[in-house]
Design a protein around this ligand. Structure first.
Ligand SMILES: O=C(O)C(=O)C[C@]1(C(=O)O)C=C[C@@H](O)C=C1
Length: 415
């Protein structure tokens, strides 16, 4: 393993020598949206625990909610276990299994992703994405596994925003083939349906197929695909179908009306694993690094300069995304040319690139990028998911054991 040169660490953190603990959090201290300053505000707000359709009254959900010390039998741990010193599969600590928070209820794709990333983990359901972040921060959970983008539905913007508001570190990624089914109560036929419910991503990933099936019925968004299945079952809804997994059908006693309704066979969701501590980046296997930055000045020119810092060093980008800069969404600029005030929208740019922060070229690229940015943070430098493409099928899932169903037969890069 290549050690990180102290000079490089200095470059990112200024004069003081950082520990592995502080390693990926690179930021210009004056920004109000950096982890430190927003944290106290964030802790004082309580997360909403109800979904748009499902109320807590109708379906009891044993979920982790924000701001609690004792949930689902899990006690807050004063001293978090440090399991990020190496990249070996997540070790056990004490008598307990690794606790991994995910958003949704059992049968969710996020649960499958958590179990694929950390086989034998104890998956902890959370009502909202924010609750999963907080479960890790409060040591109720050791990791969180959260969806970040889907090959059909695009980015899960909420999680990009939350990554910036919180101080957790990305320590791995896992890509999960997502095979959707149309589920309904036993005996229900497609002709009876007046409504299809799912997570917005589930609805987006199946939109064309639903239309092809003649299902021009209303669509309703709920917090999670498995929550949709659970809701139909708990409320005995005969006119509503859910888009969810075959496993959700098994769990909630629903039938599969249509199998494989995602608009593309190769439907894939990428999840990131989050921890309180970063992992030490290495060079002996393919790594990816995720950063977020705000441009110092206005204009496409800045973005061009940032991108050239990577291109010049032959570093491939796997993703670039812009989000509103919530700490300063708009800037008013006097424009002498038109004799008025122009209103510029301000952005945060998220970039994933294929290099490890232990590599000189990545360090050098970032020090160059820093010249053009007013804010720069490394969200994580972590092993890439290199598992070969293996499309899932609900049929094979149903036939296989729960273990295979949840975890797949692939080895994951975990920390
Ligand atoms: O609803 C679920 O089952 C989830 O785990 C969430 C989620 C998402 O947020 O994208 C995860 C994977 C699929 O892309 C659809 C939904």
């Amino acid at each position: 393993m290549k050690a990180i040169a102290p000079s490089h660490l200095k470059l990112i953190f200024g004069s003081s020598q950082p520990t592995a603990r502080s390693y990926p959090c690179v930021q210009n201290a004056h920004r109000s949206d950096s982890c430190g300053t927003s944290r106290s505000e964030w802790h004082s707000s309580s997360a909403v625990l109800t979904s748009k359709v499902v109320s807590r009254e109708t379906i009891p959900m044993p979920l982790v909610s924000a701001g609690v010390d004792h949930v689902n039998g899990h006690h807050r741990h004063q001293k978090p276990p440090n399991v990020n010193d190496d990249l070996s599969p997540a070790p056990m600590h004490g008598a307990n299994r690794l606790r991994v928070a995910y958003q949704g209820v059992t049968g969710a794709y996020s649960e499958a992703a958590a179990c694929k990333a950390y086989p034998n983990c104890e998956a902890i359901p959370c009502a909202q994405f924010e609750d999963a972040f907080q479960a890790v921060e409060l040591c109720i959970s050791d990791r969180a596994v959260l969806p970040i983008e889907n090959s059909l539905g695009g980015s899960i913007h909420r999680n990009n925003d939350l990554l910036l508001r919180h101080c957790l570190h990305i320590v791995g990624e896992v890509q999960l083939p997502v095979h959707h089914c149309l589920l309904a109560l036993p005996g229900v036929r497609k002709e009876f349906l007046t409504c299809v419910i799912s997570h917005p991503q589930g609805l987006a990933q199946c939109e064309r197929t639903l239309t092809k099936l003649g299902l021009n019925v209303s669509r309703k968004a709920v917090d999670n695909t498995a929550v949709a299945a659970e809701f139909i079952s708990a409320n005995n809804l005969h006119d509503t179908a859910a888009i969810a997994s075959a496993r959700a059908a098994e769990i909630y006693g629903l039938e599969i009306l249509e199998d494989g309704i995602q608009d593309d066979k190769c439907n894939m969701t990428r999840f990131v694993m989050l921890a309180r501590e970063p992992i030490v980046p290495r060079t002996d296997r393919p790594f990816k690094t995720s950063i977020v930055f705000a441009a110092r000045e206005k204009g496409t020119c800045v973005l061009y300069k940032v991108l050239s810092a990577f291109a010049f060093r032959d570093i491939s980008l796997t993703k670039i995304e812009s989000r509103p800069n919530h700490s300063c969404p708009m800037r008013l600029v006097d424009d002498a040319n038109v004799g008025g005030t122009a209103k510029h929208f301000e952005y945060m740019f998220y970039i994933d690139f294929e290099a490890s922060m232990a590599e000189d070229r990545a360090q050098n690229a970032l020090s160059e990028v820093r010249e053009f940015t007013s804010f720069l943070r490394v969200l994580g430098s972590y092993p890439m998911d290199m598992t070969p493409w293996s499309p899932s099928s609900s049929t094979s899932h149903a036939a296989s054991s729960k273990m295979n169903h949840l975890y797949g037969n692939l080895h994951m890069a975990t920390a």
